[in-house]
Design a protein around this ligand. Sequence first.
Ligand SMILES: *[C@@H]1O[C@H](CO)[C@@H](O)[C@H](O)[C@H]1NC(C)=O
Ligand SMILES: *[C@@H]1O[C@H](CO)[C@@H](O)[C@H](O)[C@H]1NC(C)=O
Ligand SMILES: *[C@@H]1O[C@H](CO)[C@@H](O)[C@H](O)[C@H]1NC(C)=O
Ligand SMILES: *[C@@H]1O[C@H](CO)[C@@H](O)[C@H](O)[C@H]1NC(C)=O
Ligand SMILES: *[C@@H]1O[C@H](CO)[C@@H](O)[C@H](O)[C@H]1NC(C)=O
Length: 323
Amino acid sequence: MILLPLILVALSSVKASTALPSRVLVQSPVLLENIAVRATSELLLTSFSSPTLFTFDPKTRNGTLNPAHTFPNATAITGIAEYRPGVFALAASITNTTTFRMSAVVIWSVDFNSRSPAVRKLCALPGTEGANAITALPGHPDTVLLADSVAGGVWQINTRTGSAHLAILDPSMKPGAPAPALGINGLHIRDAAPTTLYFSNSQLGTLGRANLRVEGGNVTAAGAAETLANVQSPNTVQNPDDFALDRQGRVWMTVHPGAVTLLSPPVTSGQNWTQLTAVGDSEGSDAALIQPTSAAFGRGSAREEHTLYVVTGAGQIVAVNTK
Ligand SMILES: *[C@@H]1O[C@H](CO)[C@@H](O)[C@H](O)[C@H]1NC(C)=O
Ligand SMILES: *[C@@H]1O[C@H](CO)[C@@H](O)[C@H](O)[C@H]1NC(C)=O
Ligand SMILES: *[C@@H]1O[C@H](CO)[C@@H](O)[C@H](O)[C@H]1NC(C)=O
Ligand SMILES: *[C@@H]1O[C@H](CO)[C@@H](O)[C@H](O)[C@H]1NC(C)=O
Ligand SMILES: *[C@@H]1O[C@H](CO)[C@@H](O)[C@H](O)[C@H]1NC(C)=O
């Protein structure tokens, strides 16, 4: 376990500026929702207010978002994740931006291995109102998992056949309040034994964990999910959104209105997870991080791998040096 840099400031102290060095790469008019990173270092970006998937090269100065594909019968794209090398699954929908409720949810596959992205419809999820983040299941390229923020559970989608079913339902994934509250929001897998699903719950303000059982291609939860931490500050109501897991098992959580909170697992079991504000502040007073929605580590070089890319609901792409 690597010691935290001393510049990180404890959650309880009030902070006006960024603790880790960070830089706004782009201020786009597109409100950003989710991020995935290609092996080429290129960022893939989705928006709650646009049916277009964008790409962005973080190595160009003053770069712009480039439209890669626009999906039909949709107003929003939420989750996106790579499930085979160069191939990504994403969730498009018609989303009411007041209630956050969705209709016409469709899961698409986008293959970047050819010159122009090859798009294929995987399945429709009629009746689903809360399609949020997507994660791949390591070692199972025929499976992606989708967080359902309204049902309070996780869909399993077969990327080969397009069959889908609600594989996990857990009270700790439910919103716990009526619309527009969202329950499970981000979800990511820690590829260790046992395979572990980490997830955030926006309305409950929690980080949770569930061990998964994968049998004959079917995913189930091995027991009830566990709540690991309340992502809250003493003085403001904060809502965790999506997050990135690092190699040390730490969680870099985007927290509305304006922080990235670093949650570290306890060294001794039975102790609590520690929480530190890594970027921004709990009051949302940092103009360089407004309504952060998702985060992902760069790829393609050692420098990229310690860069955390954070996207925001204000259209910012922020590069954070976590080294
Ligand atoms: C980027 O844009 C800013 C503001 O327009 C400008 O001052 C700067 O010179 C540009 N940098 C490069 C490398 O083009
Ligand atoms: C969003 O939902 C609200 C509340 O149900 C409704 O009043 C509004 O018309 C909806 N907006 C759209 C664009 O459908
Ligand atoms: C768009 O989605 C709605 C709701 O699922 C559906 O009724 C309609 O047929 C779709 N339209 C097209 C052009 O696919
Ligand atoms: C997987 O789930 C499907 C649908 O629920 C079921 O028909 C099938 O028997 C399951 N397979 C295994 C190995 O449990
Ligand atoms: C962990 O956090 C809870 C809730 O804040 C607190 O009640 C408990 O005492 C803490 N446990 C330890 C070991 O610090």
